[in-house]
Design a binder for this molecule. Structure first.
Ligand code: UD1
Length: 418
């Protein structure tokens, strides 16, 4: 078990580069099995979830090599389409392999992803979509088997604009026979990045980033080379890190277009942000002001993945802030940990009322999931004393060497190994 020790109170200063987006890299790596030959993906962060995806691809027989931030995937030697249960359990995103393996090889077996600490997270929309495209689906003994000689284009309407379901269906539809229409599709930038990669491979996708996506299936896809978009959640987390420590930092490799509502909300608190091409400078010096309403939503709404980090920031803002979590049912687990640090937060169902206090105090706290963990690290950066954040592995799933990144900006953070 690993934990972080953070001595708070150090304003962050300096410059860092933001790594590529985990949530774009994962489906893109899965999509690489659709190609006849070796694809090369650049700026893939070296994170635990990515390593699990690499392991799954290797276990199926694919040749996967990493050189620095670039990963090559050659699916030619794939001999199995059964995702090993133990790897599937380590990462929900292994579900992304369902669409591409089924479309390319005609069958796939995955285990049912279990409940997760932020909510139930079903996969009914993924399955309904694949069924509409002609896949036979059998569920038994905790496994899901899908079979289809050749998927057929279909009109699919998603009840919820699910990111994962949209991605899975995009990949499946790319090799289907005929045209697929995905209605009420997710519009996240990671969807657009995946569609760009698939189109480079020869897919015919129109409308990615909009609510209706059309995919004209093609008989085969070629390998492609692609650079993953910058991670907008890491960018948002670092913006909060500067704001919560009253620091001033410069972020390279950012896409401000992906962070509209996040920048708006930060500016509402009094944080100053300047953007020049792919560089962002963020500065905060005075006590920040509370925000009367943040409601998480689908893109371009406020990202649920930044809800917890923003809550940490608002615990020390002047006034009472209100945050409602609408995407996941159980995503307020950081509240009890922030309270241990002196935060004053009341919760009514999925809405948190945060009464800002002048200062947080250090405590031993526990990361329960990735973004909740990031929020506690942020709180620790601002708190008086040394905060211990248990379960560093959760944070490592989404932030590459976070202690080195924050350390390079002057934070006093160390990783402690048992
Ligand atoms: C992705 C992101 C995650 C982010 C989330 C929402 C990746 C690897 N992960 O997760 O970081 O928090 O989007 O922006 O990209 N739902 C169903 N049935 C389904 C699928 C989803 O009911 O078949 C529900 C979920 O329970 C949830 C909502 O839809 O309440 C949104 O989930 P979804 O967009 O699918 O999230 P993920 O793709 O899992």
């Amino acid at each position: 078990m690993e934990r972080f020790a953070i001595e708070g109170g150090q304003p962050l200063t300096g410059s860092v580069r933001v790594h590529g987006a985990k949530n774009a890299a994962l489906p893109i790596l899965a999509a690489s099995v659709l190609a006849k030959g070796e694809s090369v993906i650049h700026d893939v962060p070296d994170l635990q979830d990515i390593q699990v995806m690499e392991s799954i691809l290797r276990s199926l027989g694919a040749r996967v090599t990493r050189q620095g931030p670039s990963i090559s995937v050659d699916p030619t030697p794939i001999h199995s389409t059964e995702v090993p249960d133990e790897l599937m359990r380590q990462m929900r995103s292994s579900i992304f392999l369902m669409g591409p393996l089924l479309a390319r090889f005609g069958s796939v077996r995955v285990s049912k992803p279990g409940g997760c600490t932020i909510g139930t997270r079903p996969i009914d929309l993924h399955l309904k979509g694949l069924k509409a495209m002609g896949s036979q689906i059998d569920e038994s003994h905790g496994f899901i088997f899908c079979r289809a000689n050749r998927l057929k284009g279909a009109s699919i309407y998603l009840d919820i604009p699910s990111v994962g379901a949209t991605e899975n269906l995009l990949m499946a539809a790319s090799l289907a026979d005929g045209t697929t229409m995905i209605g009420n599709a997710a519009r996240e930038p990671e969807i657009v990045d995946l569609a760009n990669f698939l189109n480079k491979m020869g897919a015919k996708i129109k409308g990615a980033g909009e609510a209706t996506i059309y995919v004209e299936g093609v008989p085969e896809l070629m390998p492609a080379e692609h650079t993953v978009i910058p991670d907008r959640i890491v960018t948002g987390t670092l913006l909060v890190a500067a704001a919560i420590t009253k620091g001033r930092i410069r972020l390279e490799n950012v896409n401000a277009d992906h962070l509209g509502v996040v920048m708006t909300k930060l500016r509402e608190t009094g944080v100053e942000i300047e953007v020049e091409r792919d560089i962002m400078t963020v500065k905060s010096s005075n006590r920040l002001t509370a925000i009367d309403r943040i409601q998480t939503s689908y893109y371009p709404g406020f990202p649920t993945d930044l809800q917890a980090p923003f809550m940490s920031l608002l615990t020390i803002a002047n006034g009472t802030s209100v945050i409602s979590e609408t995407v996941f049912e159980e995503r307020l687990k950081h509240v009890s940990e922030l309270r241990r640090m002196g935060a004053r937060i009341k919760v009514d169902l999925r809405t948190a009322f945060i009464e800002g206090v002048p200062e947080l105090t250090a405590a031993n706290v526990e990361a329960t999931d990735l973004r909740a963990g990031a929020a506690l690290v942020l709180a620790g950066l601002a708190a008086n004393g040394t905060t211990i954040v248990e379960n560093a592995h959760h944070i490592d799933r989404g932030y590459e060497r976070i202690e080195q990144v924050l350390g390079s900006l002057g934070a006093r953070i160390t990783r402690i190994r048992d």
